[in-house]
Design a binder for this molecule. Structure first.
Ligand code: GDD
Ligand code: MG
Length: 329
């Protein structure tokens, strides 16, 4: 089976971290997020992936090479200008062929049982099947009311706060029949959430199945940080964390912590440094980031080569690559 992965968005909610890379390549537990998606797919026997790229597409090359080394075939369908979530699927139609396929929002980290989803989809003869997950605030997502047998009754993208009919939302993981792609116009910007799914719902051929598996959209700074903390705590299967413990510091090659520094619940990228008497709690340091002597970093993400000056305290923020912070943020 093939999986189409949507990786062409601009990642605006994760700026400044996404000025220089697609969000799908931000490290989670020191491994590019997209490689965790590859892990899940391979655990379910999916070994052919099509990346639907646009923004900063060339940055995916290293992950594509690494995927090939582990037996995953990765093709790329590139959009010169982003075609929207359905237009991107249409752009890969030639690569899909005649078989049932999976489609993914590429910013989703989950343990969902893909094998069980495909079985459920086939048992119902659905044209498309959506995974649903419960959230506290459905207004930031696609809200999906269903019949008891799973038939989808509506698809309401980002309803105003308080107006969602259910807290079950579109998890961004779909099982699809190839004929679904015939509904999408070629070469035009077309939205899955606002145009394609409502049309399939109207025809009564869309089904949905809830899951209580781990699920996180890494597309905001708070969610991205939480996905890292959840890996450390072992809240989902993560091959990068051999012995989960929620207070642990996960160090990539060449990361260094001075013996007098206090570092907990944090991921430290390659070559990052924490100097004497510094405190780092619930943080992600990308490659080459450093925290100066006596500085404090809490609930924060530091981009590549960021320098936090001696004695500076920062909290609840995301700092873009190469910034030097000498004053409190
Ligand atoms: N190739 C391509 N082209 N990819 C795109 C495009 C495009 O034009 N636009 C967005 N994407 C990619 C993004 O990069 C991301 O991986 C995925 O599609 C979803 O886009 P987001 O921008 O992250 O959407 P969202 O998080 O606001 O909402 C979506 O995801 C929710 C679950 O996390 C919707 O599908 C919601 O219905 C859903 O609940
Ligand atoms: Mg998203």
């Amino acid at each position: 089976m093939k999986a189409l992965i949507l990786t062409g968005g601009l990642g605006t909610r994760l700026r400044p971290l996404t000025y220089s890379r697609p969000k799908h390549l931000l490290p989670v537990a020191n491994v590019p997020h997209i490689e965790h998606v590859f892990d899940l797919l391979q655990r379910h026997g999916v070994d052919e992936v099509v990346l639907l790229t646009s923004f900063l597409a060339e940055a995916f090359e290293i992950s594509v090479e690494r995927a090939a080394q582990r037996g995953l075939t990765v093709a790329v369908a590139h959009e010169v200008e982003p075609l929207g979530t359905a237009g991107a699927l249409k752009n890969a139609q030639e690569l899909v062929g005649n078989e049932t396929f999976l489609a993914f929002n590429g910013d989703v980290l989950t343990d969902v049982d893909l094998t069980g989803m495909v079985d459920w989809h086939r048992e119902r003869g659905a044209e498309a099947t959506i995974v649903l997950t419960p959230v506290d605030d459905p207004s930031a997502y696609g809200v999906v009311p269903t019949e008891p047998d799973g038939r989808v009754l509506g698809f309401i993208e980002k309803p105003p706060p308080g107006e969602a009919p259910t807290n079950l939302i579109n998890a961004g993981v779909y099982v699809c029949e190839p004929k679904l792609l015939d509904r999408i116009p070629e070469g035009l910007v077309f939205s899955a959430e606002r145009e394609l799914w409502p049309a399939v719902v109207e025809d009564g051929t869309m089904y949905a199945r809830g899951t209580d598996a781990y699920w996180m959209d890494i597309g905001t700074p708070a969610n991205y940080l939480q996905a890292n903390l959840d890996a450390l705590a072992g809240r989902y299967v993560c091959s990068a964390v051999a012995h989960p413990d929620d207070g642990m510091a996960l160090l990539a090659a060449g990361a260094e912590i001075h013996e007098s520094a206090r570092v907990s619940s944090s991921c430290l990228g390659s070559g990052s440094r924490v100097e004497a008497d510094a405190t780092v709690e619930r943080a992600v340091l990308l490659s080459g980031a450093s925290v100066g002597e006596g500085a404090t970093v809490r609930d924060a993400v530091l981009g590549e080569r960021v320098k936090i000056g001696p004695g500076v305290a920062i909290e609840a923020t995301a700092i873009g690559d190469d910034e030097i912070v000498d004053e409190e943020k």
